[in-house]
Write a protein that binds this ligand. Structure first.
Ligand code: SF4
Ligand code: SF4
Length: 322
């Protein structure tokens, strides 16, 4: 069971991306990282993506100890926003190279964002000198979408991304999660909008509302992208986990956001107790050259090279967690 993995500190969560709606990439990532040893897969709340993940798990031929987490972001949470080019764009193309998801392209002279691939990371805005990139939230009706997904697919964990100002909507949504889902619930928060005290206060209140005694807190670093593979990049994620572990009892802590191969090592060095590590951008980046090939599944040499890299990341993460 998923809670056993968490108790055993043996949870590697591959974050495909709450906003990643590219089924081809998700199927390949899930297949690859499942074989590599990842045991929890974080997916966008989208039937097409859940089906892609199921295909990926079937391809990996591993039938036990593989779990699915579906992430829902409230409007305003960066994990579910999408970049949109506005009229200030001077078509300098700087943003194209900055995008870790290859979501931006130039078509017939126009700069376009493929919203299926955009994960809302904000890297493009940091290189655009003309304020030409806005963010929009994808509209959806949670009360229609979630019951459909829960009834149709095997979902082991439901995760809320409520990194927004204002509490009412957050707690109402959390109550709704509790009313419709019987599995493990998870909340993913960072300190960027809330600060330390408000972060803790929000989680404590959610902890009280939660009907199960078990709950996951995903302590998110900021910025969300893993970027470089060094201690500094993952420092914010571990710092958030430390604040949560100091103040919140009886929850499983996953570290995420800016996580990389150094995350579990840094958590251990800092004596921060974590039940698992969630890695997204970095895990995708290191296998990108292989994943993006058309012959990824057919060419065993290509798959095996990607597997070697993915396995190293998973094994290194587990090594320092135990
Ligand atoms: S960096 Fe800004 S101005 Fe340049 S192409 Fe991208 S959106 Fe347009
Ligand atoms: S850089 Fe990030 S926010 Fe910008 S388009 Fe790419 S994925 Fe989306």
């Amino acid at each position: 069971m998923l809670s056993d993995l968490l108790k055993d500190k043996h949870c590697f969560k591959l974050v495909c991306g709450a906003g990643n709606e590219n089924p081809v990439e998700v199927e390949r990532l899930v297949a690859l990282y499942s074989v590599a040893g990842a045991n929890l897969f974080d997916l966008s709340a989208n039937p097409e993506i859940l089906e892609a993940a199921q295909r990926g798990l079937a391809r990996s031929e591993i039938n036990t100890d593989r779990y699915i987490c579906v992430s829902i972001g409230l409007p305003g949470d960066p994990h579910v926003r999408k970049a949109a080019i506005n009229n200030n764009c001077l078509k300098c193309k700087k943003c194209i190279l900055s995008c870790p998801q290859q979501a931006i392209s130039c078509v017939s002279g126009d700069i376009l964002v493929d919203t299926k691939c955009c994960i809302g990371c904000g890297k493009c805005t940091s290189v655009c000198q003309h304020s030409a990139i806005d963010f929009v939230d994808k509209p959806f009706d949670i009360t229609k979408l979630l019951p459909e997904l829960i009834s149709k697919y095997k979902i082991d964990c439901l995760e809320l991304h409520p990194n927004i100002y204002g509490d009412d909507y957050v707690f109402d949504t959390w109550k709704y999660f509790n009313s419709i889902f019987n599995g493990l619930l998870s909340v993913c928060l960072d300190r960027s909008k809330l600060g330390n005290d408000k972060l803790v206060e929000r989680i404590q209140k959610m902890r009280k509302i939660n009907k199960l005694t078990e709950m996951i807190v995903q302590a998110d670093g900021s910025p969300m992208s893993g970027g470089k593979d060094d201690y500094k990049t993952t420092l914010q994620a571990v710092a958030t986990a430390e604040i949560v572990s100091d103040k919140i009892q009886d929850c499983y802590i996953l570290v995420s956001g800016g996580t990389n191969s150094k995350t579990s090592e840094l958590a251990k060095l800092c004596n921060v107790p974590v039940n698992g590590v969630a890695i997204g951008s970095f895990a995708r980046k290191i296998v990108k050259d292989y994943i993006s090939r058309d012959d990824f599944f057919e060419n065993k040499a290509v798959f095996d090279k990607a597997l070697y890299i993915a396995k190293k990341l998973v094994e290194q993460t587990f090594y320092y967690m135990n």
